[in-house]
Design a protein around this ligand. Structure first.
Ligand SMILES: Nc1ncnc2c1ncn2[C@@H]1O[C@H](COP(=O)(O)OP(=O)(O)OP(=O)(O)O)[C@@H](O)[C@H]1O
Ligand SMILES: [Mg+2]
Length: 1048
């Protein structure tokens, strides 16, 4: 703070004054004021002097400088107090309040606006929509309330003519979630009459000057306020003119917009305008007494009846009822009989005025309630959302002394006495009493306790308000004068009460009219005229009924008591004075239950000019606000006090002896140890149950060291909490796994039992369990089941194979080999036939030429020395010119021969088996096979493809896929122009590479090769001779016919 506030700016805290005298106090105040330092502390109390000029002290940048800081870190400011209040509310969950006091024009309302702006600026960082809405309503409500509750007075151009206490509710995050406004004692007599130089409430001028012509016409109004009795006095005056924006015209727009934002419906705003217009018309109604003559009876009439029409139209009530309510009243006589009693002119004027005042008051109350209904915290459940905390802001009228003071000033000054009482109770008396109670050495400070004045006003039976109430309730004509006499009798010895009767020499008071109270803030002379009337606050039931029966729902809602029947005997309503007293008692109780922060406003001069500090005027205010006593108490006292347990709770983490819990004899000893560790024991005093800390700096030091440790503690707590969560989770998981384990075990057992049951009969020939269905295993048993199935297959195969005669084994093995290569790649490869192998030698299969073939075979065996004939058959061979020829194929264990059947099986070509490099087969019924060998390929077809291949494979050749990319076997491949995909034969004794089931390029040949479906290339369009030849080949010699039968 010192950095920004040099010695030339005076002391930022009056507690730091060298001597506490009025002179020193005023000098410091003056010095600071001249340097533009309008704020100064007395401890935590902020003294604010109205600068009457815009100073560069406010706005977002200033707010940022104060946000989250301690009170003493920055120069004194409203923002610092707002921040301290907010922090107390947020961090300690305390309800807090800011009491702003000072005389009219001292800057209370402006201060409350700055506080609201600060709170709005620092809250809701996450931009929650509901919170933004509440903030909007909070900020905009000020503008609306000022329009209806503020007026220009001689002391303040924008004087609040009502007391305002606003509660702002916060959730646990510290964001505003709602609010409530209490209004106190609107000065409604202002509607009728204003002092010279003063105006009626702003709302009237704003309506007249700001409405469009069309709207004015609808309301039957003229723009000139001088036309209306209620606004004539202030017609030549403007609202305070800060800037062009503050004109009545523009304020009207701003207020209408604010009402819209708050949530007033357009109909409601219109109703409000109509009610204001009706009040203005009502004010212009004059009464004339009519004499009996002709048709006319003696009585009273309205001078200008169109005004009655306007009032009736604007209030949506029947015209004749309006007229009747103005001219007469209904009274219930003895029984239930109703009598209409005509008014005199004076009575009618009184009734009219009472009606105008009451309508305005109800309108104001309705506006406040409407705003409250919008701000009410919604959907809050304390069990779910936690308790709301509250910041209250009290901006209530300051102490008032006018040349003539009436009932309103009496109430206002009583209110200030009550608030001063609270201040004394909380700041002065309570403090001193506490030091005594706690046994702290202390020099008592003298201060004036105004309890006796409060007692003078509110004491039961004898207090001024009680006497006034009694006067109001008495039958007959108790005049104000008799009321004064009663007061004189009751209070003739009271030190703070006097009157001309009691002090005849004092000519400043009138006999039979004035009494004086020596308020804590000064002497005020009150004129009793109108006291009884204002206290009684009477309005004929006729008006209430009339307005309740309005067809305008807004107006009707303002008059619920108009519902009562006139004959109903109801309790006498509470008087205005008693109502006000009760509301003050409730207010003070409410404030006392909260942690208070004070802003004491000082008005520097009566002329409302900048840069002028009228010493006498200020001295008076400093005196009656009790600021000097405040400084003395503060200087002698301590900045903070806390019960030891609470102190420990907050700061125990800063000391090794107290964290996490101390083992010392008492909390007091623990606190002492903590302070010693910090070296702060010199700045504190130890009470019986509380610790008293003298300077705020000590608190700041402790707070700072706490703030450094909090993140570590948070981490610790998070760690512990996460650990707990993890343990909970682990326990749950363990339980889950146990359940799962047992469930799996059950499933496995059930499955095994089922397997056992199903496979009991598996040994029975001839099927050996072939038709048994394997039950679906649980996932965990799938590998086991796969193994079992494989074992079972092998076992079954063994059972089947062991019955096969050895002579058939070669054939079976060949079939197995062929199946390994062709399964899935070829539709039919002859598995179900008996394989005779050497078809050409068979007299059955080759009846005409078997002997020729036998001779050839003998010759070849002699020549090539092969061991056995593996396979022989007639084939059809295709050459590269697509010519198809009948040939014979002979496969021995050494060679593959191509023979010419037409020329005694002459060898056309002999290929050693080692030279055979691959086979391409189709998957269709055409039985095409291309034998690839080094030195050329043989595209050929024969019915027993599978058989031939089977025997080749049986020779120990492995098979592997040549390519993984399936491609159709094209003509090019057939003609050996290009090696197509196919089966490669690996070298004998090489490790066989199994063809993956279901894959392989030849799977694509799923249709028989027929014209147009022979692959890609030109042949696909024009069936070639080759294709035609292949497709028409039907085993012309029928040599393989019998092999096509399935075996046995
Ligand atoms: N901080 C400030 N900066 C600039 N001008 C200010 C400040 N405070 C008050 N004023 C001026 O003083 C005028 C009166 O202030 P304000 O209305 O707050 O007084 P008040 O204490 O609420 O009076 P009342 O009791 O009559 O309502 C304001 O209209 C404004 O012109
Ligand atoms: Mg004000």
């Amino acid at each position: 703070m010192e950095d920004e506030e040099g010695p030339e700016c005076g002391k930022p805290d009056f507690v730091l004054l060298d001597q506490v005298t009025m002179e020193d106090f005023m000098r410091n105040l003056q010095l600071r004021f001249e340097k533009g330092r309008i704020y100064t502390y007395i401890g935590e109390v902020l003294v604010s002097v109205n600068p009457y000029q815009e100073l560069p002290l406010y706005g977002p940048e200033a707010i940022a400088r104060y946000q989250g800081r301690e009170l003493y870190e920055r120069p004194p400011h409203l923002y610092a107090v707002a921040n301290a209040t907010y922090k107390a509310m947020k961090h300690r969950s305390r309800d807090t309040c800011i009491v702003i006091s000072g005389e009219s024009g001292a800057g209370k309302t402006e201060a409350s606006k700055h506080i609201m702006q600060y709170i709005a600026a620092v809250t809701n960082p996450s931009q929650r929509a509901e919170v933004e809405r509440v903030k909007d309503v909070l900020l905009k409500s000020t503008c609306v309330l000022e329009a209806f509750g503020n007026a220009r007075t001689n002391r303040n151009h924008n004087s609040s003519r009502f007391g305002k206490y606003m509660d702002i509710n916060f959730d646990f995050k510290g964001d505003p979630i709602g609010g409530h406004i209490h209004s106190y004692l609107l000065e409604k007599s202002r509607v009728l009459k204003q002092h010279v130089g003063e105006r009626n409430f702003h709302a009237f001028y704003q309506l007249l000057r700001g409405s469009e012509d069309k709207q004015l016409h609808k309301l039957h109004l003229e723009r000139n306020p001088a036309v209306y009795n209620f606004t004539r006095q202030g017609a030549g005056l403007n609202m305070i003119v800060h800037s062009a924006l503050d004109s009545d015209e523009q304020s009207h727009q701003a207020v209408t917009e604010a009402m819209r934002v708050i949530g007033f419906s357009p109909e409601e705003v219109e109703s409000v305008h109509r009610i204001l217009a009706a009040i203005l018309h009502l004010g212009n109604i004059e009464f004339v007494e009519t004499e009996e003559g002709g048709l006319q009876k003696e009585g009273l009439a309205v001078a200008e009846e169109t005004l009655v029409d306007h009032v009736a139209e604007l209030t949506a009530t029947p015209r004749d009822l309006v007229l009747r309510s103005l001219l007469a009243r209904t009274v219930a006589s003895g029984g239930r009989e109703l009598i209409e009693k005509g008014h005199t002119a004076a009575e009618a004027s009184y009734a009219r005025d009472a009606c105008a005042k009451a309508v305005y008051q109800r309108l104001f109350e309705w506006v406040v309630n409407r705003i409250n209904s919008v701000m009410e915290p919604r959907g809050r459940d304390p069990r779910r959302d936690g308790k709301d905390t509250v910041i209250g802001v009290l901006d209530i009228y300051g102490f008032e002394v006018f040349p003539v003071n009436s009932f309103e000033q009496f109430c206002i000054n009583y209110c200030n006495e009550k608030l001063q009482q609270l201040f004394i109770r909380l700041i002065l008396k309570q403090e001193q009493e506490e030091y005594e109670r706690e046994g702290i050495a202390w020099q008592s400070v003298e201060y004036f306790n105004n309890a006796t004045i409060v007692d003078l006003v509110e004491r039961p039976h004898r207090g001024i308000l009680a006497v006034l109430d009694e006067a109001c309730s008495s039958a007959g004509t108790i005049t104000d004068r008799i009321f004064l006499q009663t007061l004189d009798t009751h209070h003739r010895h009271h030190l703070h009460y006097t009157s001309r009767q009691l002090c005849p020499t004092d000519k400043t008071m009138e006999f039979g009219r004035d009494f004086r109270i020596k308020h804590y803030a000064g002497d005020v002379t009150y004129s009793v005229e109108g006291f009884i009337d204002k206290n009684r606050d009477f309005l004929f039931q006729d008006f209430k009924r009339l307005l309740y029966n309005s067809t305008d729902p807004t107006l009707r809602a303002m008059w619920p008591d108009g519902q009562q029947d006139i004959t109903e005997v109801t309790k006498r309503p509470l008087t205005a004075g008693t109502l006000f007293k009760n509301s003050m008692v409730a207010l003070v109780e409410n404030l006392a239950s909260k942690e208070p922060f004070y802003v004491r406003c000082i008005k520097p001069n009566e002329d409302k000019v900048a840069g002028k500090l009228d010493e006498n005027h200020c001295r008076h205010q400093v005196a009656y606000l009790g600021l000097l006593e405040n400084v003395r108490v503060r200087r002698a006292g301590f900045a903070s006090r806390q019960p030891y347990s609470r102190f420990l709770l907050r700061y125990k983490m800063t000391c090794e002896y107290t964290w996490p819990n101390h083992l010392l004899g008492s909390d007091k000893a623990a606190v002492s140890a903590l302070l010693e560790q910090h070296g702060l024991q010199g700045d504190v005093a130890f009470g019986h149950s509380k610790l008293f800390i003298r300077s705020p700096r000590t608190l700041v030091t402790l707070e700072q060291s706490r703030a450094r440790l909090i993140p570590i503690i948070v981490l610790l707590l998070q760690k512990a909490w996460r650990g707990t969560l993890a343990r909970w989770r682990c326990r749950r998981l363990r339980a889950i796994y146990t359940i799962m384990r047992w469930f799996r075990r059950h499933k496995v057992r059930a499955h095994l039992a089922e397997l056992q049951r199903r496979f009991q009969a598996a040994r029975q020939p001839p099927l050996y369990g072939r038709d048994l269905v394997w039950p679906l295993p649980p996932a965990v048993l799938q590998p086991f089941q796969d193994t079992c199935q494989a074992l079972f297959c092998r076992w079954r195969a063994r059972q089947l194979v062991k019955n096969i005669p050895p002579s058939d084994m070669a054939q079976i093995k060949a079939k197995v080999a062929a199946m390994g290569a062709l399964q899935g790649l070829r539709q039919d490869w002859g598995c179900r036939r008996a394989w005779a192998r050497d078809y050409l030698s068979s007299a059955t299969d080759n009846p005409t030429a078997s002997s020729l073939f036998a001779q050839r075979l003998k010759t070849l065996r002699d020549k090539d020395g092969f061991g056995a004939v593996l396979f022989s058959s007639h084939i059809r061979k295709v050459n590269r010119f697509y010519k198809i020829r009948n040939r014979a194929l002979l496969l021995t264990d050494r060679h593959l021969y191509k023979l010419d059947p037409d020329r005694q099986y002459r060898v056309m070509r002999a290929v050693p088996l080692e030279a055979v490099t691959g086979l391409s087969v189709t998957s269709g019924g055409d039985q095409l096979v291309v034998l690839h060998a080094r030195g050329g390929s043989w595209p050929c077809s024969y019915p027993a493809t599978g058989e031939g291949l089977g025997f080749i494979f049986r020779q120990g050749w492995g098979v592997r896929l040549e390519t993984e990319q399936p491609r159709e076997l094209s003509r090019d491949v057939l003609l050996n122009r290009r090696r197509g995909p196919g089966l490669m034969l690996s070298q004998p004794r090489a490790v066989p590479v199994p063809v993956p089931a279901g894959s392989g390029c030849l799977r694509r040949w799923d249709r028989p090769l027929e014209p147009g479906n022979c692959g890609t290339g030109p042949a696909a369009r024009t069936p070639s001779l080759l294709e035609q030849g292949l497709c028409s080949w039907k085993d012309p010699q029928g040599s393989l016919g019998r092999h096509l039968q399935p075996p046995g």
